[in-house]
Design a protein around this ligand. Sequence first.
Ligand SMILES: Cc1cc2nc3c(=O)[nH]c(=O)nc-3n(C[C@H](O)[C@H](O)[C@H](O)COP(=O)(O)OP(=O)(O)OC[C@H]3O[C@@H](n4cnc5c(N)ncnc54)[C@H](O)[C@@H]3O)c2cc1C
Length: 293
Amino acid sequence: MTRSFEYLRPDSIEEAVAMKAEYGDRARFWAGGTDMMLLFKRKKLDLDFCIDLSHIADLRYIDEEDGALRIGAMATLDDLDRASGINAATAALGETSRMMCTKQSRTIATVGGNMCHASPSADLSPPLTALGAQAVIQGPSGERSLPLEQFHKGVNQTDLGDGELLKEIFIPKASGRIAASYNRVARTVVDIALVSSAVCLRLDDGDNIESAGVALGAVAPNVVRVSGAEGVLSGATLEQAANGLAQKAGAESASAARAISDIRASKEYRTDMTAVLTARGVQKCVENLKGLS
Ligand SMILES: Cc1cc2nc3c(=O)[nH]c(=O)nc-3n(C[C@H](O)[C@H](O)[C@H](O)COP(=O)(O)OP(=O)(O)OC[C@H]3O[C@@H](n4cnc5c(N)ncnc54)[C@H](O)[C@@H]3O)c2cc1C
């Protein structure tokens, strides 16, 4: 039997942060509850206070400001899907969200919950990391930001301190055109990823790749950023990326993967698939960017 706890319902970010600061690790935030429910069922939750964030309107938004994107922590996966038309980043994130959960769950599961549960297979982590996203954290003494790859500290571990809340995900403006693509392997359409890869290509004013982001999911406790693949693609033309460099970026991904074996897939399978998925991601980005020229 689950033991009882006190349910708290703050109306503002400040109130939620004050509650968490007061109760510390005796309290947990509740966003959409899709991961929390599983923890309850598996009796992995031991808490005295549950702080429901769902009544804080100031946490649910997806806004573009001067080319930068702000995604409130309580934006749902369905909100992400419906925001697909804003720009190239939301197009890739919307496509990713449609791979996740079921339509019903997507209406309650949140972006913040996906980031804060910090599962190695969380589908939004690789594309957000490849897009250069920052985690914006609100604590009792103010706001701070850090790159998403530093926010994730290990399996179900984040950089959040007691009394801190993830407020938003911030994606900085890219100087030129961008394209992003997320690819994953899962056993069924509603299953979590066995292995995944995200690619983001940013062009300069012409058709050269100014910079690239490549991030792998479900191969290690945290998302693996593949600087070798990013280096291979940066400075190349779209033609070079499509003809040979996509495979090179894939090979760099395989050597950076540090894949693990578990009940769901072997290290060898995961490593091989990082190469395939990264090459596929580069090709898709090139096609999208050529379509924009
Ligand atoms: C059937 C099913 C299918 C699923 N499929 C997928 C899938 O395909 N891909 C995938 O990645 N995930 C999947 N998930 C996992 C889950 O749905 C997602 O991770 C979802 O985005 C979690 O969001 P939530 O709002 O429900 O989080 P919650 O369960 O409410 O919270 C998750 C964790 O984050 C903390 N938290 C939430 N918001 C904040 C905040 N703003 N600040 C600080 N801490 C916070 C909570 O305290 C908790 O520890 C699936 C889950 C189920 C049950």
